[in-house]
Design a protein around this ligand. Structure first.
Ligand SMILES: Cc1cc2nc3c(=O)[nH]c(=O)nc-3n(C[C@H](O)[C@H](O)[C@H](O)COP(=O)(O)OP(=O)(O)OC[C@H]3O[C@@H](n4cnc5c(N)ncnc54)[C@H](O)[C@@H]3O)c2cc1C
Length: 403
């Protein structure tokens, strides 16, 4: 049983069902509509989806944009900090696919493979057997309480995971230095074009611009916890900062009446003491919240799901499943994935600190270390290859299924 229909939970459900295991997904919301989430599928993730026969139909059927570089701009200069053109032969780009489109597309395929997807079903408590092992969940649909047995509960319910809280697993904040305020507005035919993943430095922060096809997504990075100050200065200061670096935005943000019209992403970088307890495993944001630096929250959740599905599908196909085998599979996920996730988190803490120091110094350019590296020939391509996100190939019983 999987709790949480984000990218990690929906992909895991799909993979287990495709591999012939019985699986139920609980999602608290009634639909997958959501905005301003991690929408950036990395080259390595696209390659993985291709091995499943999913990448081509996804890119053909779901509207998206593609970006082959991450660029930092000031009023006078542009630095290409990451170049994805060498990151994959088949998919030399990040695909920006809204979760609101990607998740229902994948959930339909999971249902077609026999998965049970329970929307509007909110996990509320864990159930334990006499030995203390997790053996199911309680959940609510509207005000009605339900119970479900489970050989294993997967907590894929995001950064504020109720499954994690119910299991008593402690989480520790590693210290994010920035928050983001998001806003979307329609694109016009004569708007300039960019790489699709761009950051514009201003003396007081920076403005991210993501190309979402019909819309632009604009994000102001602010010092972590400084929303009250930003409110005091007013939305006009944010508008001026954006127009200062993107003059074509003049007049385009006038509908922004107040800072509360923007969507706050309180950035967090969180680690948990362990990803498992008997009968239970956490993945994705429930196990490790990452910052948007690198755009990999969605990709790490997908890599977790792929790895866990490979380990679980065999034991789950047995009737009844052997609890010891399931717990071994869950433990294997943490051993395999935790080091890579922690390396990414440490790099994010360093990058965010450097970016915050830059804001304090009123410097619109990239942090000095990135500025120097961007000048090293071949560095942006190397950074692109390092940020491609490798995903373990599906085991034969999953690979052999139809897409
Ligand atoms: C508000 C918000 C904004 C974000 N913005 C960005 C961004 O701008 N850029 C970026 O790179 N990343 C962003 N992220 C992070 C990115 O979306 C995640 O890293 C990625 O989606 C992780 O996937 P996941 O499957 O682990 O969890 P999630 O995508 O968080 O999915 C968890 C799912 O669990 C469901 N759920 C929660 N509680 C329960 C419950 N009790 N019972 C049943 N279901 C439950 C939720 O409805 C959700 O569908 C954002 C995350 C959030 C929460």
């Amino acid at each position: 049983m999987v709790v949480g229909g984000g990218p990690g939970g929906v992909l895991l459900t799909y993979l287990l069902a495709r591999g012939g295991a019985r699986v139920t997904l609980l999602e608290s919301r009634h639909d997958f509509a959501r905005r301003f989430r991690g929408d950036t599928l990395a080259p390595g993730v696209l390659e993985y989806l291709d091995t499943l026969g999913l990448a081509r139909p996804l890119l053909d059927e779901v509207p998206h944009t593609r970006s082959d570089a991450f660029r930092w701009h000031t009023a006078t200069r542009t630095w290409t900090l990451v170049d994805y053109r060498g990151a994959s032969r088949r998919f030399p780009f990040y695909a920006l696919i809204p979760q609101a489109e990607f998740l229902p597309w994948l959930a339909d395929r999971a249902r077609a493979h026999g998965a049970t997807v329970l929307m509007g079903s909110r996990f509320s408590a864990l159930r334990h057997d006499a030995a203390g092992r997790v053996c199911g969940v309680e959940y609510t649909v509207d005000a009605d309480r339900h119970e479900l047995d489970a050989a294993l509960v997967v907590g894929a319910d995001g950064r504020n995971s109720k499954v994690r809280a119910a299991s008593g697993i402690a989480a520790t904040e590693l210290g994010a230095s920035l928050d983001i305020l998001w806003h979307a507005f329609p694109r016009r035919a004569d708007d300039p074009s960019y790489s699709g993943l761009d950051l514009f430095g201003t003396p007081t922060g920076s403005v991210a611009l993501l190309d979402q096809g019909d819309d632009w997504q604009l994000g102001w990075t602010i010092r972590a916890g400084s929303l009250a100050d930003v409110r005091r200065r007013g939305v006009g200061a944010l508008r001026d900062a954006a127009v200062g670096v993107l003059p074509w935005l003049a007049g385009r943000l006038d509908d922004l009446g107040d800072v509360s019209d923007l969507t706050l992403l309180p950035v967090r970088i969180t680690t948990v003491e362990r990803w498992t307890s008997p009968g239970l495993v956490l993945l994705g944001d429930a196990a490790h919240v990452v910052s948007p630096v690198g755009g990999n929250g969605i990709n790490l959740a997908i890599a977790d799901a792929a790895d866990l599905a490979n380990r679980l599908v065999g034991p789950l196909r047995r009737t009844p499943p052997d609890p010891a085998q399931l717990d071994d599979a869950a433990a294997g996920l943490e051993v395999a994935r935790r080091p890579a996730v922690e390396r990414e988190q440490q790099a994010q803490v360093r990058t965010e600190r450097a970016a915050a120091a830059r804001i304090d110094a009123g410097d619109p350019g990239p942090p000095p270390v990135l500025r120097s590296l961007a000048r090293v020939p071949g560095f942006p391509r190397l950074a692109g290859r390092r940020n491609r996100v490798d995903v373990p190939a599906p085991v034969p019983v999953i690979a052999a299924g139809t897409p």
